[in-house]
Structures are given as structure tokens and as C-alpha cells.
Ligand binder design. Structure first.
Ligand SMILES: Cc1cc2nc3c(=O)[nH]c(=O)nc-3n(C[C@H](O)[C@H](O)[C@H](O)COP(=O)(O)OP(=O)(O)OC[C@H]3O[C@@H](n4cnc5c(N)ncnc54)[C@H](O)[C@@H]3O)c2cc1C
Length: 460
């Protein structure tokens, strides 16, 4: 057990994504002893992860060391940052358990470990169709996309398969990946090969429902599809993927009328991006086993109006891991909260404020989500926006101005002046030159063979 000599109330926060970081910042202003645990050493701005996966930005532009972001709070002596993976919870002794056996005691706990990919029961697809959630995922996808062009140049007889890219899932991540991959093929790489013409590459977006960006209004979905097609992406909606193998993707696709019988569809490709499913972090199951938390179908933890767990007012769950509802300030029914970064941040702040309210002996307050709208980029000069403006209400727009607005918002919300400067410089360069700066492929080293029992590992 890692002991603390402080007599202040101990708050443990698991996860330093959007929710955990906001909660930490809010609590660090109060007289509490905080321990923040994350399995990585960095906070990641996931909305720009696809830019790393498509070689537009380098990793440090969209991530920052947690210690550096919170250095002021650490210096004040109330915050300890630990790099470690939480794997369990002992609710009786009030300790979180780490994978290395350490136990961290808490009086109040905030769990903010986010979400992961879901392959809908087909985890065997993961090696052929990686998803995008972490920096490691982004490096993997970037290597695969850039290597596909290299393989096409080396083996022109197989170039059709190497130059075909499938993106599965037409949500925001799938749409931005597909649009940017088309831009790479048609603009960035087109005069750099001798045996192939990268402009002949096909980028195929496969979506199960009848439109892309299904969470957006139908008119913006239709505009997004048109913008994708203008960028050179083939969009197949109404297609349910039934198999993914190293040679390609098999699906059942409806064409034309919604009630028409599905037809088999096969796409030969060596590069598949999975952007179709999200499941809650495994810590949901840990909370279920430890304190009987209720999980929804996606594995998210059902929380009380104030974001705590039923029967455990000392445990809060926020962000993508929480199946939370927004409680209107006035009349009206509570509504489900979407899994986006503004809601994670707002939940982090509410959970922190509720902990402080309990410490003061005041009743906690229900969570109220303020929705400022949604933005999705599709590629160069292409985006859709649905924004709530004060006094005016909802405004929808698309194309160049939506794209400019998207750029502005993402730079604004990035953490740190240096990151903002890096991103703005790289984007300006890319805009005028069509170049993408982060095209270095770094192969990960193969793991050394496991040492036989009794043999010392070699270090030569
Ligand atoms: C590719 C992509 C694009 C997106 N684009 C947008 C967008 O444009 N706009 C938008 O609003 N939202 C977007 N989102 C969603 C948004 O990023 C999430 O809603 C938000 O990150 C959720 O915040 P969170 O704090 O719940 O979790 P996260 O931000 O995911 O943070 C979870 C943290 O917990 C840590 N962690 C996980 N498990 C453990 C463990 N067992 N032990 C210790 N630490 C752990 C992780 O390392 C991570 O730091 C996107 C997401 C992705 C993946």
C-alpha cells in the first residue's frame, strides 16, 4: 500500500483524459489530497488523433506530459501523479488496485477511464483492422497506410489490393480518416512514385446504416457524403460487414430501396481501418464486480443524477465510461449525455464540485450538460457544423466555413501554447503545400524470444 501522511480528505482520480483532467484541476484548488493515476504519462487530445494516423501531425502536437500540464498543482503539494494501470477495486478497504500489486487508498474516488474499441464480438478482426484510440493505434495505422503505398511500388502486380483502403464505420472518426486518406493519395503522394500512380488509390468507406454521420441531422449527413465523394471517397451505406481477413472485407449491402434484400459485397484490400464500434473501458466491469454497479449494453456504468454510484456516494464515474443523463435546470425529462469531450469535461467538473459539496456537508447537485453543438471535419476545406449560439439558437453550416470554424475550435481547445503553435504551423504548411510532415515510418522492434527457464537473457 502506498501511504500518505496527509490528514486531508484523499481523492483518487483514475484516468487523465478530458474528464479526469478537469476534475483534477477543479479539486486542486481545494484543501484535499489528490492522487491522479493514468496508465500513460500523457494527456491525449483524441479529436486530433486521426491527424497523427494520417501523418499530418506529430504525436507531441496533440499530447502533453501529465506532470507538465499539472506542474503548478504538483508544486503546491496537494497532487501526486502516478503512472500505473488500475485493474481492481477493494470497496471494503477503499483502495484501488494496480496491476503491479500496489494499493492506493481513497476517501473519494473518480473513475474516468474512457472507452475502447468494440468489434461486436469479433475481436479476431482487431489485428487486421486496427481502430484509433491511443497514440500507439495512430502510429500503427500511419505505418500501415504509408507502407501500403511502399508495397504497391515494390509489387505493382498487386497494386490494386495495396492501393485499396477500407474504412469501416461512417461516424466522425471514419469520415475524417477516409477524407484525409483520399487527400494523401490524390495530392500528397502523387508525384513521389515511379511505378504506381497514387491517385489511382481507392478509399472506400463502409457504413452499416443508411447514412454517414448518423448522429447529425439528415441534411448535414447528406452534405458530408457529397463532400467525401468530391474528395474521391467511395461511400457504401447500408453495408453490414460480415468478415474481415488479411485479403479484404466481406459485407452484405442493401442497394436502392431500404427493404431490398442485401447483396454480398467483397472488397480486396490490404489496409482496413476500424471506426465502427466503441465499448466502455474494462473498469466498468471492475466496478460491477466490486460494488455491484449496473452496466448498460455498451458496458458503461449507470450513474445517479449527481454522477455517483447507487449505494456508494464516495465513488463517481465520469466521461465516456458513464451512462449519464443530463437533468434540465427547469422542467423536462432527463436526456442521455453523448460521449464527447465537452461532456466528459463538464462531468469531471460536476463530480469534483459534488465531492467538495459533500465535504462541506451540502447536498450534491445533479449533472446538467450544456451542449454547444457538434463539428465534424471531412478533409481539406470540408466539414459540417451544428452549433448552438446564444440568442440565435441552432445554426447549421458546411463546407469551407465549417472547416475554418473546426480548425479554430480545435486549436483553441488544445492544451498548451506550444501545441497550438505547432498545430497551426503544420496546418498552414499543409494547406499551401499539400504536404504532410509526419510521414516517417518507424517499425516497432519485434519482441525478443522468451528466455528459456534457467537461461539468463542476453543483452548483446
Ligand atoms: C479518434 C477519436 C476522435 C474523437 N473526436 C472527437 C471530436 O471531434 N469531438 C469530441 O467532442 N469528441 C471526440 N472524441 C471523443 C472524446 O475524445 C471522448 O469523448 C473523451 O476523450 C472522453 O473523455 P474521458 O475522460 O471519458 O476518457 P479519455 O479521454 O479516453 O481518457 C481516459 C484516460 O484513462 C486512462 N486509462 C484508461 N484505462 C486506465 C486504467 N485501467 N488505469 C489507468 N488509466 C487508465 C487513459 O490512458 C486515458 O488517459 C473522439 C474520440 C476518438 C477516439
Amino acid at each position: 500500500m502506498i501511504a500518505s501522511s496527509s490528514t486531508r480528505p484523499r481523492v483518487v482520480i483514475v484516468g487523465c483524459g478530458f474528464g479526469g483532467l478537469e476534475a483534477t484541476r477543479r479539486l486542486a484548488r481545494a484543501d484535499v489530497e489528490i492522487t491522479l493515476i493514468d496508465r500513460t504519462n500523457h494527456h491525449l487530445f483524441q479529436p486530433l488523433l486521426y491527424q497523427v494516423a494520417t501523418a499530418g501531425l506529430a504525436a507531441p502536437a496533440i499530447s502533453a506530459p501529465i506532470r507538465h500540464i499539472l506542474r503548478e498543482q504538483i508544486r503546491k503539494g496537494r497532487l501526486t501523479v502516478l503512472k500505473g494501470e488500475v485493474t481492481g477495486l477493494d470497496a471494503t478497504t477503499r483502495e484501488v488496485l494496480l496491476s503491479d500489486g500496489a494499493r492506493i487508498p481513497y476517501d473519494h474516488l473518480i473513475v474516468a477511464t474512457g472507452a475502447t474499441h468494440s468489434y461486436f464480438g469479433r475481436d479476431d478482426w482487431a489485428p487486421v483492422a486496427p481502430g484509433l484510440k491511443t497514440l500507439a493505434d495512430a502510429f500503427e495505422l500511419r505505418n500501415r497506410v504509408l507502407n501500403a503505398f511502399e508495397q504497391a511500388e515494390r509489387y505493382p502486380e498487386d497494386r490494386h489490393d495495396w492501393l485499396t483502403f477500407a474504412v469501416i464505420g461512417g461516424g466522425p472518426t471514419g469520415v475524417e480518416m477516409a477524407g484525409t486518406m483520399a487527400e494523401i493519395a490524390h495530392h500528397t503522394l502523387h508525384d513521389e512514385y515511379r511505378r504506381i500512380d497514387s491517385r489511382q488509390a481507392r478509399v472506400v468507406l463502409i457504413e452499416g446504416s443508411d447514412r454517414v454521420l448518423g448522429a447529425y441531422p439528415a441534411d448535414l449527413s447528406a452534405k458530408a457524403q457529397r463532400q467525401l465523394e468530391r474528395l474521391g471517397v467511395e461511400v457504401h451505406t447500408g453495408c453490414r460487414v460480415t468478415e474481415i481477413d488479411p485479403q479484404g472485407v466481406t459485407a452484405q449491402c442493401r442497394s436502392g430501396a431500404p427493404d431490398s434484400p442485401p447483396q454480398p459485397y467483397r472488397l480486396n484490400t490490404r489496409t482496413v481501418v476500424w471506426a465502427a464500434g466503441v465499448a466502455a473501458s474494462p473498469l466498468g466491469k471492475v466496478l460491477q464486480a466490486a460494488v455491484g454497479a449496473t452496466l448498460d449494453r455498451a458496458g458503461r456504468v449507470v450513474v445517479e443524477p449527481d454522477l455517483s454510484l447507487a449505494g456508494h456516494p464516495e465513488i463517481y464515474v465520469v466521461g465516456d465510461l458513464a451512462a449519464a443523463k443530463s437533468y434540465p435546470k427547469g422542467e423536462g425529462e432527463p436526456t442521455p449525455v453523448p460521449g464527447v469531450s465537452p461532456s466528459a469535461k463538464q462531468m469531471g467538473r460536476r463530480a469534483a464540485a459534488n465531492i467538495l459539496r459533500r465535504l462541506r456537508g451540502e447536498p450534491t447537485l445533479p449533472f446538467h450538460y450544456i451542449d454547444y453543438g457538434s463539428l465534424a471535419t471531412i478533409g481539406r476545406k470540408a466539414a459540417v457544423a451544428q452549433v448552438e449560439l446564444p440568442l440565435i439558437g441552432e445554426v447549421r453550416f458546411s463546407g469551407f466555413f465549417a472547416w475554418l470554424f473546426w480548425l479554430f475550435v480545435h486549436v483553441y481547445f488544445l492544451i498548451g501554447f506550444r501545441n497550438r503553435l505547432m498545430v497551426m504551423t503544420d496546418w498552414a504548411w499543409a494547406y499551401f503545400t499539400f504536404q504532410r510532415n509526419a510521414r516517417v515510418v518507424v517499425e516497432t522492434r519485434p519482441k525478443p524470444p522468451a528466455a528459456e527457464p534457467g537461461l539468463e537473457p542476453r543483452h548483446d
